[in-house]
Design a protein around this ligand. Structure first.
Ligand code: DQA
Length: 171
């Protein structure tokens, strides 16, 4: 590997963890479905695990930006090209927001869609996602661990993209 390529794999990775509508209520909202862990608990878990997961994926120096909004316009405005990847739980906007799907398409940043609950075992209106078709992958049904598995999948995706960007060796 040339110095330039190894530097590229070591570039600081900027990951946005974007939580949509009503996820601020995690921990008190329908605990039989979403559990008792708060969004703050989820953030702490991800921050604890991020460097280890990045290292396992052959990446280094990861920076997580975590945010939640109940305002769709604010949410869309926070999805910007400065990130290398997005871990996305849009909440109910998953099932309603064409605008969100269009924005993600426009940004063309790899993202993984996650849900705490198994949306396919719930009401039929939760079975459709506007955002899943454009995602690198999706995770649902593991409670807060969906974030962990989702971050791992996202980092593997980014690592693979970066490795593919490497010029082929001439030998
Ligand atoms: C959710 C599933 C959505 O259907 C629901 O509207 C949410 C949470 C989940 O994480 O399981 O708000 O995204």
């Amino acid at each position: 590997m040339t110095k330039k390529n190894s530097k590229r794999l070591q570039e600081r990775l900027r990951i946005l963890v974007a939580n949509g509508v009503n996820l601020d209520l995690l921990g008190q909202r329908e605990p039989a479905i979403y559990g008792y862990e708060t969004l703050q608990d989820v953030e702490s878990m991800l921050r604890r695990e991020a460097s280890t997961l990045a290292e396992m994926a052959g990446l280094s120096s990861i920076e997580l930006t975590f945010f939640q909004s109940n305002n769709e316009g604010d949410f869309l405005n926070r999805l910007t090209p400065e990130y290398d990847g997005i871990l996305l739980n849009p909440g109910a906007w998953t099932h309603t927001s064409l605008a969100l799907a269009d924005r993600l398409k426009g940004l063309a940043i790899p993202y993984v869609e996650i849900h705490l609950s198994n949306v396919f075992a719930r009401e039929p209106f939760r079975h459709h996602s506007y955002t899943a078709p454009g995602a690198s992958g999706g995770v649902f049904g593991f409670g807060p661990s969906s974030y962990h598995v989702g971050l791992w999948g996202l980092l593997l995706t980014i690592s693979k993209h970066r490795a593919n960007r490497r010029p082929r060796s001439s030998v």
